[in-house]
Design a protein around this ligand. Structure first.
Ligand code: SF4
Length: 178
């Protein structure tokens, strides 16, 4: 099996560190934040709540995996209103994520569950709720959508969540069995 952390960095991630799936907690208060719809993905995608499944279903699904890695793209920003830089970091993160996952699924046939950042970005417009998902085997929910508090997951696994003034980090993860 390939070195996943090294390969994640080859794919463009800044950080790739071990994650213990046993630390993951699926919290109703995170779902409540989704329902507030600040990200404008709630009830608009198969990959987001409520369509992506209940907290109990995610707990059960994740219990299948013994290992994990936390993935981060960290970039420079002028300040929190530097939307151009923030969007660039988000784009780099999405490209790295898709590059990594496509190889792991198509070439390595890895038994894995990727959890992304934000909503599913595979299609320009999601088919939800009128038609089935176009790419059910490439549609990944975000960590938040599953009920994970991302900063808590980072802390519990010894990885920084906040890199300080002038930095922005996007965090995703991959759960897997080898
Ligand atoms: S793959 Fe396309 S249809 Fe499926 S959840 Fe993602 S955006 Fe929606």
């Amino acid at each position: 099996m390939r070195d996943l952390k090294a390969f994640a960095k080859e794919c463009g991630f800044t950080v790739a560190e071990d994650l213990d799936p046993k630390t993951l907690k699926f919290l109703p208060e995170v779902r409540d934040m989704c329902a507030a719809d600040k990200c404008q993905h709630y009830n608009r995608s198969w990959a987001c709540p409520p369509a992506c499944g209940t907290l109990e279903e995610w707990t059960e699904r994740v219990s299948h995996y013994q290992k994990g890695i936390l993935l981060q793209t960290v970039g420079d920003i002028e300040d929190t209103l530097d939307f151009e830089a923030i969007m660039d970091i988000a784009k780099t993160n999405a490209e790295s994520f898709n590059r990594l996952i496509d190889v792991l699924l198509d070439e390595d046939h890895l038994d894995c569950l990727p959890l992304s950042v934000g909503g599913c970005t595979r299609c320009k417009k999601c088919t939800y709720p009128d038609a089935p998902c176009r790419f059910p085997d490439r549609c990944f929910s975000s960590m938040e959508a599953t009920g994970l508090m991302v900063n808590q997951v980072c802390t519990d696994n010894g990885v920084p969540y906040n890199y300080g003034k002038g930095k922005m980090a996007y965090t995703s993860c991959l759960l897997y069995n080898d």
